[in-house]
Design a binder for this molecule. Structure first.
Ligand SMILES: [Zn+2]
Ligand SMILES: [Zn+2]
Length: 444
């Protein structure tokens, strides 16, 4: 544990005296306020969700990482990621060229998805988080700082530089033997940017940031803070009160516990006792299931090799790797493109059924399942990134050419609908259903 004093500007403002409790964001259990020691995590005793983790990293570290990321961003998207040689012909491609290639091939939705997830969202994330850190360092925090920080947190899930990087590695395995491959400056920059973004998500201490923002936004004024509960109510027992039962609501963005209102007093985000809408989740899930059919039945890629044209589905691409003996790459694509969407749909259906009051057992395991599918969902974009790169780079005439095919659009829609269904699902509804009908009053 680090005990050395921090510079004054990096030290967290004191916790307001009334804010000595919190609620679990995934099961709504009311708990005593927990401040874990550096490097430790506090977990909810009921559902196992991480309530708080303390990295003990000062705001300066986040600011420096954001600046590093912004410097790395431009070579990542503008420099060639790879170059390929087949006989006397050489091709190289950048991330931006892969976006433009998809657009020119009339796959505008796929092009937009790659543009947003690999080009636009990383830039927005680094800029917004950098500006928030700078505002805290310069003591220029305003209401727009809270909005910017909410934006940065929302973008984390949809920023996919790490998935894209694995896509580049898969493409290298795919083309080894067909072409001579050289790494470009864009690859190294992409690797460094992915590592920077992973470090940022680990190091940036959300609670510290919110406390800095709150201390400047007069949010710690006692008029909206809930009155203290009796100590017995704070004990983490299965029968303990939920925040809803105590007449309190947890902000989904900044996790501040407060009295019900239209907007959070600390970050300005919308406040709902439960954000989940079961009907909307079912609609998205059924849509995703229907979209899986064309996504798997139609070709996702058209290949021309030595004058012979052929098209391949997702499964054909996986079998190609297995036939070539590349079992690890074959398994990675199989897990990302086939297993993850199916597991996600089946798991979400189970969670939705539980939230509707059927079979309200094994809730702790189901809560872990929810966290698992929230984590893995974004990795389904892997195959789309591989095909976007192949479409942009493999243009060697009759020797070898790759073009994107219709299933790419359907598969992108599968990933988007399953990610949105997970996003709109509120796991607290499962615990409400298990606790009986008295908790459902706010749903009507
Ligand atoms: Zn919990
Ligand atoms: Zn909030």
């Amino acid at each position: 544990m680090q005990t050395s004093p921090q510079p004054a500007v990096n030290a967290a403002p004191p916790i307001p005296s009334a804010a000595h409790r919190q609620a679990c964001p995934q099961c709504d259990l009311l708990l005593a306020h927990i401040e874990p020691e550096s490097g430790n995590r506090a977990r909810c005793p009921r559902c196992g969700c991480v309530l708080a983790s303390s990295s003990d990293s000062p705001v300066t570290t986040t600011l420096l990482l954001c600046l590093t990321g912004i410097i790395l961003y431009f070579p990542t998207i503008l420099s060639p990621v790879l170059s390929m040689d087949i006989l006397w012909m050489k091709q190289s491609g950048t991330i931006l060229e892969s976006v433009i290639g998809l657009f020119r091939a009339d796959y505008r939705m796929v092009s937009l998805a790659v543009l947003l997830m690999v080009v636009v969202f990383p830039a927005l994330l680094l800029t917004s988080l950098g500006l928030v850190s700078l505002a805290i360092k310069l003591r220029r925090v305003s209401h727009s700082t809270a909005r910017l920080f909410r934006l940065a947190l929302a973008l984390e899930e949809w920023t996919m530089v790490d998935v894209f990087l694995v896509g580049v590695l898969v493409m290298i395995f795919k083309m080894t033997g067909t072409a001579e491959i050289e790494f470009g400056g864009g690859f190294l920059a992409c690797l460094a940017l992915a590592l920077t973004l992973i470090s940022l998500s680990t190091i940036c201490d959300h609670r510290l940031f919110w406390r800095h923002i709150a201390s400047h936004n007069h949010a710690s004024s006692p008029d909206w803070m809930p009155a203290p509960l009796k100590p017995a109510s704070l004990m983490p027992q299965p029968s303990a009160l939920t925040a809803a039962e105590a007449g309190l609501v947890l902000c989904p963005a900044c996790h501040q516990l407060q009295k019900p209102a239209a907007a959070c007093k600390r970050c300005g985000g919308p406040l709902h006792q439960r954000h989940g809408n079961i009907a909307r989740c079912w609609a998205l899930l059924i849509t995703a299931t229907l979209l899986l059919v064309p996504a798997n039945a139609l070709p996702i890629m058209e290949v021309e090799s030595l004058g012979q044209a052929s098209s391949s589905t997702i499964i054909d691409g996986i079998l190609y790797f297995f036939q070539d003996g590349d079992y690890i790459i074959g398994m990675i694509i199989f897990v990302a493109s086939v297993l993850v969407p199916i597991v996600k749909i089946a798991a979400l259906a189970t969670l939705l059924i539980t939230a509707q009051g059927w079979h309200p057992a094994m809730l702790r395991e189901k809560a872990a399942l929810y966290r698992f599918i929230s984590f893995i969902g974004r990795w389904s974009m892997l195959d789309i990134f591989v095909i976007a790169l192949l479409n942009a780079m493999v243009h060697f005439g009759v020797l070898s050419s790759v073009r994107v095919a219709p299933a790419a659009t359907w598969f992108c829609l599968v990933v988007a609908t399953t990610m949105l269904a997970t996003h709109f699902f509120d796991p607290r509804l499962m615990w409400d259903a298990a606790n009986g009908p008295k908790d459902h009053e706010y749903l009507h």
